[in-house]
Design a protein around this ligand. Structure first.
Ligand code: GLN
Length: 535
């Protein structure tokens, strides 16, 4: 087993996750079995309890782990199926160490960061190596070198390299080369200093990945090479890509990153065949048509809050040679100014997942607009609950129908707490999470989209369609197209007399991949394109 550790310096948001994922893609295309994982230095056990402003999207795995959104990049860029072992936080490390202390496992010793915390981190890496067999584990260390909270992780990976032999370990440092417009120059000093900081801890990066707006000329590369103790060909230019994040692996391949990694780790692997990846990128950057999709949410200004949904739209768009013009609509603006003002001209409307009552009425108005104007509608999780509320209020005439999440005293709780959630008192990791099977009903749109009678999708919710209203809603024309195998939970709904009105209680966006767009996204974009033709 070979180990690659990716650190970051100078600033945050350098795209370390994308760099790690892209390297994963390249090595996988060279026939290597790659596992990716992330270490996050914050004290939360997982990001599940953080709000999107703090953290962006919470990415959910098959086993129900709520993880950092970088794991989404890892799964989209490679074929690895990750588990809760692959996202370690300081919170988990300390939780485990403190439990061992209470259990008396340290036999009266003083419990310290070194060795107890660092051992815990190293043991996790070994556990992943044992339980997820592969050729290479790529570990991204969250945060920026120099952060106090990241130190135990850096110390642990330094020790780890000694334990398994430095020839089996490669440190890649991602950094920012700053362009000073006034001086017309690329500045390498912050990079030199962040590498000095790493070397102070005992880590010498073998490769320096330089994020830069402008090309790095020889002088700059030589300077970094000289000051940072690597050969000039180990100074890799990672210039901002213009069109699509999926270009990153191709650019890094041109820069010979994968060759260098194989050389430094002594991996014998054939050159990658990137034809299909290239074709995908071509379809993304040279579309033959456009489609306008309105995404109605409450964290709409945050690029990261609906990350996987935006990516799934890109994948589905590419499969139709279509650029998706995503129009981000704040549901509170719809509340103030009406749906038509913000949604007229959309060829499709998507309401994503969410929590809490802010902006809910705007989402309901958006859903009503899609239903009445016969615009393709795609509701995900909360977006399905919204569709149920809207249908109950405006078609079944159940006035003030609502979810008990937003109105505890509604006369018509058409969406209510899952039975298993009624006694849950803790917030963290306690929703209905991870992969669950859904049985699809033959003859429905859902069945047609999936070509299958059973599907498995990832979930993250506490509320559900209240079965007490099922018959009444069905009699008014709502179709329940997917149910949990025990027949208790509605997992998918749709409308018959509508070009495309499909909603699901699960999160299909987590399973979409570049060359395998998710079936519902694929069908939704297709319907939106037909809407265009009709207009
Ligand atoms: N807030 C809703 C629930 O808990 C929807 C969750 C979601 O959209 N992920 O059921």
């Amino acid at each position: 087993m070979k180990y690659i550790f990716v650190t970051g310096g100078v600033v945050s948001s350098l795209g370390k996750g994308l760099a790690a994922a892209s390297l994963g893609t390249l090595l996988e295309h060279r026939g290597q079995k790659v596992i990716l994982q992330k270490f996050d230095p914050y004290l939360n056990i997982d990001p599940g309890t953080m709000n999107p402003y703090e953290h962006g999207e919470v990415y959910v795995l098959d086993d129900g782990a709520e993880t950092d959104l970088d794991l989404g990049h890892y799964e989209r860029f490679t074929s690895t199926n990750l588990s809760r072992l692959n996202n370690l936080t300081s919170g988990q490390v300390y939780q485990s160490v403190l439990k061992k202390e209470r259990d008396g496992d340290y036999l009266g010793g003083t419990v310290q960061v070194i060795p107890h915390v660092t051992n815990e981190i190293k043991e996790r890496i070994r556990k992943v190596a044992r339980e997820m067999p592969g050729d290479i584990i790529i570990t991204e260390i969250g945060g920026t070198v120099g952060d106090i909270e990241g130190l135990p992780f850096l110390e642990a990976i330094r020790q780890f390299a000694q334990d398994v032999g430095p020839e089996n370990v490669l440190f890649i440092h991602t950094t920012l080369i700053i362009y000073m417009r006034a001086a017309g120059e690329l500045k390498t000093k912050p990079t030199q200093q962040s590498i000095a900081k790493l070397r102070e801890i005992g880590i010498s990066p073998g490769i320096i990945l330089c994020r830069t707006e402008l090309p790095l000329d020889h002088d700059v590369k030589d300077k970094i090479s000289l000051f940072c103790n690597v050969s000039p060909d180990a100074v890799i230019e990672a210039r901002d890509v213009k069109n699509s994040i999926y270009e990153v692996p191709l650019k890094l391949h041109e820069e010979k990153l994968d060759d260098l990694v194989c050389k430094l780790l002594n991996i014998q692997a054939p050159q990658p065949d990137l034809t299909r990846w290239r074709q995908f990128v071509q379809r993304v950057i040279n579309p033959i048509q456009h489609v306008r999709i309105g995404v109605v949410g409450k964290y709409i200004e945050l690029q990261d809050a609906y990350k996987s949904i935006y990516e799934a739209l890109v994948h589905a768009g590419a499969s139709h040679d279509t650029k998706i013009d995503i129009v981000k609509v704040d549901s509170e603006h719809i509340e103030k100014e009406g749906a038509a003002r913000h949604l007229a001209g959309m060829q499709g409307i998507l309401v994503p997942g969410g929590f809490g009552d802010r902006g809910i009425e705007g989402k309901i108005a958006a859903c009503r607009y899609a239903r009445e104007q016969r615009i393709p509608y795609f509701g995900i999780c909360l977006g399905m609950q919204i569709a149920i509320i809207e249908f109950a209020r405006n078609v079944c005439k159940l006035e003030a129908a609502n979810s008990t999440e937003f109105d505890k005293t509604t006369p018509h709780p058409v969406v209510s707490l899952l039975e298993e959630q009624r006694h849950v008192t803790t917030v963290g990791g306690s929703m209905r999470l991870g992969s669950w099977v859904t049985d699809l009903v033959a003859g429905t749109k859902a069945f047609e989209l999936y070509h299958s009678a059973t599907i498995t999708e990832r979930h993250r919710h506490r509320y559900e369609f209240n079965a007490a209203y099922k018959t009444q809603m069905e009699e008014s024309g709502l179709v329940i197209s997917g149910m949990s195998p025990d027949g208790l939970l509605a997992e998918m709904i749709e409308l018959r007399d509508h070009p495309f009105f499909v909603a699901c209680q699960f999160h299909p966006e987590f399973l979409s991949k570049p060359n395998h767009p998710h079936q519902i996204f694929h069908g939704f974009v297709k319907a939106a394109l037909q809407q265009h033709t009709k207009k």
